[in-house]
Unconditional design. Sequence first.
Length: 508
Amino acid sequence: MSPEHHEWQRLDGRTVLVTPLVTAGVVAGAGLPTLIGLLGDMPLRQALAWVLGGAALVIGAATGADYVRWRRTRYRIGPERAELHTGLLLVKRRSLGRERIRSVDLTANPLLRVLGLVQVRIGTGEQTEGGESALELDAVTRAEGERLRTELLDRSVGGPPGTHREGVLAALDPAWIRYAPVSFVAPLLGGAAAGGVMQVSEWFGAQGEVIEWVGDRFRDTTVVWIVVVLAAVALATGVVGALGLWIEMWWNYRLEREPGGTLRVRRGLFTARSVSIEERRLRGIELVEPLGVRLFGAARVDAVATGLAKNGEDEHADHKTLLPAVPAALAGEVAAQVLREETAPTAAARLIAHPPAARGRRLRRALMISLTPVAVLALLGVLLTPVLLFIAAACAAVAVPVAVLLALDAYRSLGHGLSGAYLVTRSGTVRRTTVALQRTGVIGWTVRRSVFQRRSGLLTLIATTAAGAGAYGVYDAAEGEGLVFAAEAVPGVLEPFLESVGRPPGEW
């Protein structure tokens, strides 16, 4: 790094243009309903004057504040520390040791892309009282962002030993979009679209007209058919939305291994994103199979790594995703490449089945969840009207078989085992996950046993780690076998518990 790069530097001056443009869009969205409301009490010219004057005031204030922020923001990347100073009255100073930096992520929304700028987020993955310890540069030129990313992640050492290639590990296949409509996003977006229509119509005082228009379309139609048609329309809308969201998130996708041992994910149609994960922080992978995606033989690959954001903010929630939903065989191949293994541990491990008592627990839980609302409806039917009894019967006829099928699938999904340097655990039905975790990355075990588990000879083992979610479970394993598995996976941790395996379940 040249000496001039050690000096304090400003953000790119074009970042000041972003605020007035964004504010103008927000003001325009709020100004139209405001204008319509004012027209009821004053002439058009006067209403326009009020709205435009208010818009100019808001845009000017926002632009002035952002200009002050730009003038008062400096950053410096020195030999030992990355520093950021910002603020006028309340000056904030952030400083990160170069050796603690674990991620440098680049993001550019459409406006920043037009201006040739990127937001740079330099993180350590450590949690503080105010959230994750990180510096955010908003914004610098694309070339400066790439320079910072390359320099701050350069450890001048090679990656882990292995024969797997560097360069592109996976690239976008447009055929993957077929898995977007079967995700849980589609019905959620459909419901959100229906709610949005009703909310917007209420803003303009036209909600009654919308409801009346829908009612006219279904005159002389049974209630059941109305529900079916409206649900189908909402679902179709959600499917279209899911396709659009997938294109925005995953277009231009590439997963690369860079020299020095860094995995880089690049993606995004309008908002470009670049996420980097050092391989030395990688502790395993997680194969995620939501129910709809799994029915079509697909899976997603997430990284189990230290230093990833854990603060729950939506903008960082997808930083761990290495591969979107793809055919399961391809997901296994990419997982093996990421871990530098010949075969993915999630496929190579021979998983141990859990005892029948675990199936009974899931069946009882499923029946309780499905029959509780049925019982409430039946009780109300006895007290109020017999119509509710028919509704309760219909709900039971649908909910009970579905609950039983899901419970049986959840039991079949249970499993755990060892595959070389990894322990593997699988669970879930609506969202089945298979985790391959480095055995050396496990720092402890937590053993849990409820009263019902003790009676059934079961226990739950929680592997504690500094990576990923922080804890991964082996649920409802057989008492003796589960403890032996934990002791074999991570020797020297659970030996005191093994001394109690021969005792009756209630005594330890």
